[in-house]
Design a protein around this ligand. Structure first.
Ligand SMILES: Cc1cc2nc3c(=O)[nH]c(=O)nc-3n(C[C@H](O)[C@H](O)[C@H](O)COP(=O)(O)O)c2cc1C
Length: 330
């Protein structure tokens, strides 16, 4: 069975059902332990971190750890980044050796080291070239295809619509639209009116709204724009309970300090098992910070979190943090 024919998502079925809540690909975050933490709280649709086509071409062994799929993951997308045809072709061939439920093309990354090579959001701005790159996907890939784009103008829907339509014509079976332009990076308003135009121009193709999804309430404007689903990014960082909040609605009860510490501990110990103690704890500091922030854990604990380097220090910190009485979340 190929990734495109997995039992749960036959190649002809819509990729995402109405109301789907996706976990965004997040570079430096959405590895297997991260995704498992999200999945424990109800996340079904998740992605690998973005994988650079050139890294797959030049350093396959090092990049391949990002392609690991847990046997417990029943839906997993992979996201590919790149703007060079040669690297993209090679990467598409390599990805054919793996099973994914969807292969997503990154046309939204605004990071300078990516955009200066005319990949990510910069490639998205050059619509013809972006489509020429994406045309390689159906030619070479056995996976179902999607793309994640940014809006190209805050005032004129046309350029975004041209890009979205072109991707759909080439076989994208879902389009995620981050409602901010490249230069806004991750701040400023989300332009739901442009997202709504994309929805209108792509009847029958799930459009996933992205930008500032931090709760059920902040997802509403995306659904009002007609999106099939939403993709959470920063709103789910350190907050896998976001998926429970969507599932349970008003019955959702935010986690107390013990629940936050249990989840953080489990997540980070899975990283330790995968990467080893020292490398795992170096990466885990930012995750701990995310678990603690905006919850009332206090500056001293957050400072301690930014310094941990052993499992013993982690356990001591979590034991202390468990005792905190968190204020009710707004
Ligand atoms: C740390 C970080 C890493 C990200 N990595 C990726 C990535 O690998 N691929 C991608 O398409 N977007 C990536 N993004 C962008 C997010 O997926 C999302 O589009 C963006 O954060 C806007 O959503 P938000 O306002 O809900 O955070 C990243 C964002 C952040 C903050």
């Amino acid at each position: 069975m190929t990734g495109a024919e997995s039992a749960d998502t036959p190649a002809t079925a819509p990729l995402y059902p109405p109301g789907a809540v996706l976990m965004a690909p997040l570079s430096g975050y959405t590895d297997l332990p991260y995704r498992r933490s999200m999945r424990r709280h109800g996340c079904r649709y998740a992605f690998t971190e973005m994988v650079d086509a050139a890294s797959l071409y030049y350093a396959r062994e090092r990049a391949a750890h990002m392609l690991v799929r847990g046997e417990d993951e029943d839906f997993l997308g992979v996201q590919l980044l790149g703007g060079c045809h040669e690297f993209l072709k090679a990467a598409l061939d390599i990805l054919n050796e793996y099973d994914f439920d969807v292969l997503d093309f990154n046309l939204g990354c605004p990071v300078p080291k990516v955009t200066k090579k005319c990949a990510g959001a910069e490639l998205g701005r050059h619509v013809e070239e972006a489509l020429a790159c994406f045309a390689l996907f159906p030619q070479r890939s056995r996976h179902r295809l999607s793309a994640k784009i940014r809006i190209l103008s805050e005032t004129d829907p046309e350029p975004t619509l041209t890009l979205a339509r072109g991707l759909a014509e080439l076989g994208a079976c879902a389009i995620t639209v981050h409602g901010r332009i490249k230069d806004a990076i991750y701040s400023g308003p989300v332009y739901y009116d442009i997202i709504a135009e994309v929805v209108k121009t792509l009847p029958g193709i799930p459009v996933i709204g992205n930008g500032s999804v931090r709760s059920r309430q902040t997802a509403e404007p995306h659904f009002a724009a007609g999106c099939t689903g939403v993709m959470a990014a920063r709103g789910a960082m350190g907050n896998p309970w976001l998926f429970e909040e969507f599932m349970l609605g008003d019955a959702f009860v935010p986690p107390d300090a013990a629940a936050v510490c249990d989840e953080a501990g489990r997540h980070i110990m899975e990283m330790v098992a995968l990467y080893g103690e020292t490398p795992a704890l170096r990466i885990a500091r930012k995750m701990l910070h995310d678990y603690f922030k905006h919850r009332g854990f206090g500056g001293a604990l957050r400072l301690q979190a930014s310094r941990i380097s052993t499992v013993e220090e982690l356990q001591k910190l979590l034991t202390e943090a468990r005792q905190v009485v968190l204020p009710p979340r707004e």
